[in-house]
Design a binder for this molecule. Structure first.
Ligand code: SIN
Length: 281
């Protein structure tokens, strides 16, 4: 197995691995690389919905996927499709986010497999939330350490959301009533590495617990901008048959909407995760 880091911040391309035939030893090596690089890209993988799901089971089993319709025979495998003919240039997942943080136990990782990619564009950007935490001042670390923030699906899937109008080839449902808010620590301690990560995101984090949205906004805006500074990021350029696996406990990601007029088709699964824990337990 060859590991080529993508940037100094996070991400690595893994060569000479067949994800359909993993030995225990290779799986252990992948896990070590995953916790070091947080985002792993495996080019040249020949996966079907069935084998992608089998891989997801090997990594801990699928998480619960609300709002997005999966394949008929594989409801845990969600097609992420933008067709060449679509009116809107907007791609699914094109705001910075960590997957499904509005859940009580959000997915630990996500697997995304490219079936068809545009000739250029459609990259996915990632940022390292450990580095973001490490770069905060001691004063701000201490201020954030005991705080919870509240996460909600409202902006993407709430009664007033418009996401589904922009994604003609995906079946997306939305809430008829305001969805619930879910409290999570602002500083999340990774359950495997023990490292703290700055764990808020602009898509799902709506406010700090016990504060109003207006009171929360200035600091959340600052943190949301802080975590995406270029030196914390990497960019994955997709080819058909690339599988990318990312860690939702310590990264955010964002799809780019720069391939209007071309088709991009992916398959996505998530791996179930644990309830996040903070620095204070
Ligand atoms: C996602 O946010 O899950 C999709 C990202 C992408 O399509 O690049």
């Amino acid at each position: 197995m060859r590991i080529n880091p993508l940037t100094g911040a996070l991400g690595a391309e893994i060569q000479d691995v067949d994800l359909n035939n993993l030995t225990d030893r290779t799986r252990e090596e992948i896990e070590i690389a995953f916790h070091e690089h947080l985002v792993l890209a495996f080019p040249g993988q020949s996966l079907t919905p069935s084998t992608l799901l089998a891989l997801t089971h090997q990594l801990g089993g699928p998480g619960e996927t609300p709002y997005l319709q999966g394949l008929t025979d594989y409801p845990d495998v969600v097609p992420i499709i933008k067709a060449a003919s679509e009116q809107s240039p907007i791609s699914f997942g094109s705001g910075w986010h960590t997957d499904f943080t509005f859940q009580s136990a959000p997915p630990s990782r996500t697997l995304l497999y490219a079936q068809q990619t545009p000739p250029h564009g459609g990259d996915t950007l990632f940022t390292n939330l450990y580095l973001a935490y490490d770069a905060l001042s001691e004063g701000l670390k201490n201020l954030l350490a005991p705080l919870n923030s509240l996460h909600s699906a409202t902006r993407s899937y709430g009664p007033n959301s418009t996401l589904q109008n922009q994604l003609e080839n995906m079946v997306i449902t939305k809430e008829t009533k305001e969805p619930p808010e879910q409290a999570h620590p602002v500083i999340r301690v990774h359950d495997v590495t023990g490292r703290p990560a700055l764990w808020v995101n602009p898509t799902y984090t709506v406010r700090f617990e016990n504060m109003t949205a207006a009171e929360s906004k200035p600091l959340l805006d600052y943190l949301n901008q802080f975590v995406t500074q270029p030196s914390f990021t990497c960019r994955v350029r997709w080819q058909p048959q690339t599988l990318v696996m990312w860690d939702n406990r310590c990264t955010q990601h964002c799809a780019t909407s720069d391939y209007h007029g071309y088709r991009r088709e992916m398959l996505r699964t998530t791996v179930k995760g644990a309830r996040p824990i903070g620095l204070t337990g």
